[in-house]
Ligand binder design. Sequence first.
Ligand SMILES: [Zn+2]
Length: 281
Amino acid sequence: MIFRTLVAAMTAAVVAAAIALPAQAQDVQRSITNVAGDVYRFQNKFHFSVFVVTEDGIVFGDPINADVAAWVKAEIAKRFGKPVTHMIYSHSHGDHASGGAVFADTATVIVQENAPAELDGVVPDIRFSERMSFTSGKHNFELTSLGPGHGTDMLAMVIRPENVAFIVDVVSPGRLLFKDLSGVDVAGLIEQTKKIEALDFKIITPGHSRLGKMADVVEAREYVEWLRAAVATELKAGKTVDEIVAKLDTSAYSGMIAYKAWRDLNIQGMARWLRESGEVK
Ligand SMILES: [Zn+2]
């Protein structure tokens, strides 16, 4: 009797766990997936970062935040049993660059030189201006400063031999620009995108959205350039922002991710930037 009650209680607990798990998984949306070779990307909801398993240790990208960093550190220890020897911040924005203290005990921290003195309590060990590269085991890591645009301390990291590029926020493959372009210098963003086009890689593992290729980088730049020109033309013709939102034919981009949610915001943000930058008087 006691046994049957126990089994019933255990069954109830298992059922409850089974019901609770999908909701929890949906809420957290954490995963680790292989990109190519020894390159892995990990996810926390809408944010992604990267790590590379080399003979000499783990080379790590953005920590994202303290909770994610602690989780992925434990997963890496469990799966690969190696310490994080390098941490490379794509840029200093808090939604990608928080929580790095989790790795500070073992990692050499590398940033572009315009990054702040510390990032969520982590003081970088190495700052570079234009380019730097380093090796770990059989892997080579090429860091390139992308200049101002989205932030002022953005870098791209190309990982070889896999030829994978870690690119955050400047290009999100297949997706529209983030909401209303808040804090983004559009002219700089286009220049940053051209610098990515000049790099040599096969796959992008981005900070947001799906994996991509060079064609996605070109598409992202062409969209920004088209939107900039189209909205400027309408503003110069005396249209209000509301009229442009209502009338502008953006159907060529209707297949892109977040089109329904962010199309109007992209137009409004572009109009605001065109006025603020003085490109349209
Ligand atoms: Zn950012």
